[in-house]
Design a protein around this ligand. Structure first.
Ligand SMILES: Cc1ncc(C[n+]2csc(CCOP(=O)(O)OP(=O)(O)O)c2C)c(N)n1
Ligand SMILES: [Mg+2]
Length: 652
C-alpha cells in the first residue's frame, strides 16, 4: 500500500481511537474500518472547500452511520475546517463540544445533517440528490453539478427507511448519488449472519442501483470504483468489504470494537501493528500538511466556479427567492368574500394554488395521497425518472422516507419542502419529524384526515394521541386551523418560520367559516385568540381547536340561552400560545375560574390550560368506525352533552 495513503488514513484512525479513549465512550470500530475509503474519496474525488463550508456546489458527504462520528470530525479537522480544532476533538462527547456523540447539524461547519438514528442519513442523501437535480434544472449545469456521497453501515441498511429511500432513488435514476456501504458484516449483537441473509447485489440492482463490490482496504480498488461512479447513469452502491476495528489485533472483525474504547493496552498494540509511532492526538506535521493540501485544492475550484456564478448571480437570486406575503395577503382578502363551508385540507389546497403559481422553491409531495391531502396544484410539474424539471414529488407509499428526504431537500439550499399523508401516519414519519425539529429545518408536514371526523375508515385511521405526541416535540409547531382564514394564516406562519418545522393538521370534513373579516394581524400567530363572547362579563372560557371550534361556538350560544355566558378561544397552535407573554396568557386563561376544552383527540395536553377546576372534552380511547356525525355523538362531542356537563360544573 502507498505510504502516503497509509499515513493519511492512519491519521483518521488514531484521532478516532484516541478521542474515544479519552472520552471513555464512543465508537472506534467504524472509523478504523472506513478510513481507507474516505481517504481516497476526500483526496481524489470530493469537491469541497473547508474555507467555505456553505459553498452551494460542494459535494455533500453524509455520515448515515452516525455512531462513527469521529470519522467525520477527523476529516473536517484534518482538511482544515475552522469548525473543528484539535481541542474540540479532545473534547469529544463533552458538554457543548461541536464533536458531539453523534454528528449534529450546524450550518457552515461541514456537518451536513444530524445522524445517529440509523438509516436517516440515507433518506437525507436522497433529498440532497433530488435537490441537486432540481436546482441544476433551474439554474444550469455549469453552476450546479455536484455529487452526494452517503456512508451507510449494515445497520442503516437493515432499517426500513433505507428500503423506501433507495427504492425511490433507483426509480428516479439519481445518478448523482453514491452510497459507500461499510460492508463489515458486524453490528452490535455480533455478526450480521445472526439477522440478515439478503443478497445485497440483487437487492440493490432490483431497486435500479448499480452495485460495485470492492475490498475497502485496497486503495486502488476504492479509486477505481469512485472513478467509475463519476459517469454513472444510475445511483450506485460501492459495497466496501472492510474489517471493523481495522488494525486492532484482538478486536478487529469483532463487535467488541463497535462501541467502546479499545483500552490502553490494545491501543498500544494497534500502534505497533499500524506502525504509528506518535503520541495520542499527535498528527505529524508532514501528514497534517498533506491533509491540509487536500483541503486547499477546493479553494481554487470554488474560485473558478465563482467566476461563473457571479455572472449569473442576479438571475439565480431571483430564482431562489421566497416571497409569499403579497400572495397570502390577497388570499386572506379573497377568503372573506366566500362564506362556503370548506374542509381545511381544501382551504390548504386553495392556499397552495395561490403560492405555487409563481414560486420556485416550494417542493410539494405526498405519500400516495395527493388527491386526499390536496397537496398537488394545477401549477405543479411532476418529477419523473431522470426528469427533474418539476416541483412535485410522488413519494409513493413511503412516509418515513418522504420525511427524511424532505429534511435533505430543506438542508440542501433554499428549498421549502412540504409533504402530505394522513395525520395518523405521522407515526410512520415521526423519527424524521423529530430530526426536522432538532435540526431547525423548515419542513411542512401536511397531515389531513385529522380526527374521528374522517368517519368510516375507523379507529385504525383516526388519530387520537398523535396531536398530543407531536405537540410534545420541542421546536415543532403543530397547527390545527379551524377554517379557511386560519388555514392561510397557519401556512403563512409555517413558511415564515425558517428555523421551525410545522405540522398542519387538516380536516377531511367541511367546516363553516369562523373568521369572516379580513385582519392584517395574523391572529393564529398568538396560538390562541378570542373568536366569540356572548356577554361582556363571562363565567366560562371555552377552548377548542380546528373542527371543534364550531362546536365550541354552538355550545357557547346554547349556554347563553341558559344565562351562562362564555368566550370561545380558538387554539390553532398550542406551541405558539405557550410562548406568548405572561400577560397575554393571563388575558386568555385568567378571566374565568372555569375553563373547558374541546378537541376530538386525547385530552392530556389541554389539562395545563383548564386546570383542576375545569373539564376536558375529547377522546381518551380508540375511535370508531361509523359515519362521522354518529361518532361525534358516541363520544359525547355535541353541544348538548358539553353544555349539560358544563352547566353542572358551574352550578357545583
Ligand atoms: C434507529 C436506530 N436503532 C438502533 C440504534 C443503536 N445502534 C447504533 S449502531 C448500531 C449497530 C449498527 O451496526 P453497523 O451499522 O453495522 O455499524 P458497525 O458496527 O459496523 O459500526 C445500533 C443497533 C441506532 N443508533 N439507531
Ligand atoms: Mg457493520
Amino acid at each position: 500500500m502507498n505510504k502516503l495513503h497509509k499515513d493519511l488514513s492512519n491519521a483518521i484512525r488514531f484521532l478516532s481511537i484516541d478521542a474515544v479513549q479519552r472520552a471513555n465512550s464512543g465508537h472506534p470500530g467504524m472509523p478504523m474500518g472506513m478510513a481507507d475509503v474516505v481517504t481516497v474519496l476526500f483526496k481524489s474525488f470530493l469537491k469541497f472547500n473547508p474555507k467555505n463550508p456553505n459553498w452551494l456546489n460542494r459535494d455533500r458527504f453524509v455520515l448515515s452511520a452516525g455512531h462513527g462520528s469521529m470519522l467525520l470530525y477527523s476529516l473536517l479537522y484534518l482538511t482544515g475546517y475552522k469548525s473543528i480544532s484539535l481541542k474540540n476533538i479532545k473534547n469529544f462527547r463533552q458538554l457543548n463540544s461541536i464533536c458531539a456523540g453523534h454528528p449534529e447539524y450546524h450550518p457552515g461547519t461541514g456537518i451536513e445533517t444530524t445522524t445517529g438514528p440509523l438509516g436517516q442519513g440515507i433518506a437525507n442523501s436522497v433529498g440532497f440528490a433530488i435537490a441537486e437535480e432540481i436546482l441544476k434544472k433551474k439554474i444550469g449545469k455549469e453552476i450546479v453539478n455536484h455529487m452526494t456521497y452517503v456512508l451507510a453501515g449494515d445497520g442503516c441498511l437493515m432499517e426500513g427507511i433505507s428500503h423506501e429511500a433507495m427504492s425511490l432513488a433507483g426509480h428516479l435514476k439519481l445518478k448523482n448519488l453514491v452510497m459507500l456501504f461499510d460492508n463489515n458484516s458486524i453490528s452490535i449483537d455480533g455478526p450480521t449472519s445472526l439477522t440478515v441473509s439478503d443478497n445485497f447485489k440483487k437487492r440493490f440492482e432490483s431497486y435500479g442501483w448499480d452495485y460495485i463490490l470492492i475490498n475497502g482496504h485496497n486503495e486502488k480498488e476504492i479509486f477505481k470504483a469512485l472513478k467509475k461512479v463519476q459517469n454513472a447513469k444510475r445511483p450506485t452502491v460501492i459495497s466496501c468489504k472492510t474489517k471493523i476495528g481495522y488494525g486492532s489485533p484482538n478486536k478487529s472483525g469483532k463487535s467488541s470494537s463497535h462501541g467502546s474504547p479499545l483500552g490502553i493496552d490494545e491501543i498500544t498494540l494497534v500502534r505497533k501493528v499500524l506502525n504509528w509511532k506518535h503520541k495520542p492526538f499527535e498528527v505529524p506535521i508532514n501528514i497534517l500538511k498533506e491533509w491540509k493540501k487536500i483541503g486547499h485544492k477546493g479553494i481554487k475550484i470554488e474560485a473558478n466556479w465563482n467566476k461563473l456564478y457571479k455572472k449569473k448571480r442576479k438571475k439565480i437570486d431571483k430564482i431562489l427567492k421566497n416571497n409569499f406575503s403579497k400572495t397570502l395577503t390577497s388570499e386572506k382578502k379573497n377568503s372573506v368574500k366566500e362564506i362556503k363551508a370548506l374542509a381545511t385540507r381544501k382551504s390548504s389546497e386553495l392556499t397552495l394554488n395561490a403560492i405555487t403559481k409563481e414560486n420556485n422553491t416550494l417542493i410539494g409531495g405526498s405519500a400516495d395521497l395527493a388527491g386526499s391531502n390536496n397537496t398537488k396544484t394545477k401549477y405543479h410539474n411532476i418529477i419523473k425518472p431522470g426528469d427533474f424539471n418539476g416541483d412535485y414529488i410522488h413519494y409513493g407509499v413511503r412516509e418515513h422516507a418522504m420525511s427524511g428526504i424532505m429534511n435533505g431537500l430543506a438542508l440542501h439550499s433554499n428549498f421549502i419542502p412540504y409533504g402530505g399523508t394522513f395525520l395518523i401516519f405521522t407515526d410512520y414519519c415521526k423519527p424524521s419529524i423529530r430530526l426536522s425539529a432538532l435540526m431547525k429545518q423548515r419542513v411542512v408536514y401536511v397531515m389531513t384526515h385529522d380526527s374521528i371526523g374522517l368517519g368510516e375508515d375507523g379507529p385504525t385511521h383516526q388519530p387520537i394521541e398523535q396531536l398530543s405526541g407531536l405537540r410534545s416535540i420541542p421546536n415543532l409547531n403543530v397547527f390545527r386551523p379551524a377554517d379557511r382564514m386560519e388555514t392561510i394564516e397557519c401556512w403563512e406562519l409555517a413558511l415564515k418560520n425558517s428555523r421551525t418545522p410545522s405540522v398542519l393538521s387538516l380536516t377531511r370534513q367541511n367546516l363553516a367559516p369562523i373568521r369572516k373579516k379580513y385582519s392584517n394581524v395574523n391572529k393564529c400567530s398568538f396560538g390562541a385568540y378570542e373568536v366569540l363572547r356572548t356577554r361582556k362579563k363571562i363565567n366560562l372560557t371555552l377552548l377548542a381547536s380546528g373542527s371543534e371550534v364550531n362546536l365550541a361556538i354552538e355550545t357557547s350560544l346554547k349556554l347563553a340561552k341558559d344565562k351562562i355566558y362564555t368566550k370561545v378561544i380558538s387554539v390553532p397552535c398550542q406551541d405558539l400560545f405557550d410562548s406568548q407573554s405572561k400577560s397575554y396568557k393571563k388575558k386568555i386563561l385568567g378571566e374565568t375560574k372555569f375553563k373547558v376544552s374541546i378537541e376530538a383527540a386525547t385530552t392530556d395536553c389541554w389539562k395545563k390550560y383548564v386546570g383542576t377546576e375545569g373539564l376536558t372534552f375529547g377522546i381518551d380511547t380508540f375511535g370508531k368506525s361509523a359515519p362521522y356525525k354518529e361518532i361525534y355523538k358516541y363520544f359525547g362531542l355535541t353541544a348538548e352533552n358539553i353544555s349539560k356537563k358544563t352547566k353542572n360544573l358551574i352550578k357545583s
